[in-house]
Design a binder for this molecule. Structure first.
Ligand SMILES: [Zn+2]
Length: 216
């Protein structure tokens, strides 16, 4: 799915609508994000195999990975914000801060590789974490968008995945004033629990339709 000709952003409902006027469920959107992360992980794995085989230099590999990560976080921030047309100065700014953080972390990792103490398996495992961070960018950007939209006043974290750390299940499912819960990435699993945020308006009683517990 791409936010473009076939989908447009409904700012009142804070959701995508397809060409037939049917809203795209948050569940479907998250499934698409997971798929994208798997695709990028594949690309990154292949690049890393070439590094290990010696057909890519560390410099070439790092440049290629950096580009993958930059594209990934940028694409996910744009999708989370409702498409390119919704991107304004503040949203680009937040993306830039995020990118800066991720790329700096990655460059430090490259320095570690340069020291030659990491095995191929360690490099591969670690680089996958950088890809997984895309989930954090998506979910936290959705939350920032909701805070900014000012429609909903409460949020809760919802567990995803199947293997959970000790903290995410403890703090999931509890409604709290919007913007007060721990952002994704601030629990021991980082993002491995694949949690996301849901929102509601306590005054109108309206709640995001996709609660992740829908029967279908
Ligand atoms: Zn967790």
């Amino acid at each position: 799915m791409e936010a473009g000709d076939e989908f447009y952003w409904d700012a009142d409902a804070q959701e995508y609508v397809d060409a037939n006027g049917k809203p795209v469920s948050d569940d479907d959107l998250r499934k698409w994000i997971l798929l994208l992360l798997l695709l990028i992980r594949d690309n990154v794995d292949k690049l890393t195999e070439r590094l290990t085989a010696g057909t890519l230099t560390l410099e070439e590999w790092a440049a290629a990975i950096e580009q993958e990560l930059a594209h990934l976080h940028t694409a996910l921030a744009i999708v989370a914000n409702g498409g390119l047309a919704q991107m304004d100065g503040g949203k680009w700014e937040r993306l830039a801060t995020r990118l800066d953080f991720e790329i700096t972390k990655f460059r430090n990792f490259v320095l570690q590789i340069e020291e030659g103490t990491l095995s191929a398996a360690q490099i591969r495992a670690r680089i996958r974490l950088y890809v997984n961070a895309g989930w954090k960018t998506f979910a936290n950007t959705v939350r920032e968008r909701e805070i900014e939209a000012g429609i909903n006043d409460e949020e809760r974290r919802v567990l995803g995945g199947s293997n959970h750390c000790a903290v995410c299940p403890e703090i999931a499912g509890v409604w709290a004033p919007i913007g007060t819960l721990l952002p994704l990435g601030d629990t021991p699993c980082n993002v491995n629990c694949l949690c996301h945020f849901e929102f509601r308006n306590t005054a109108s009683g309206e709640q995001d339709v996709d609660l992740g517990i829908a029967a279908d």
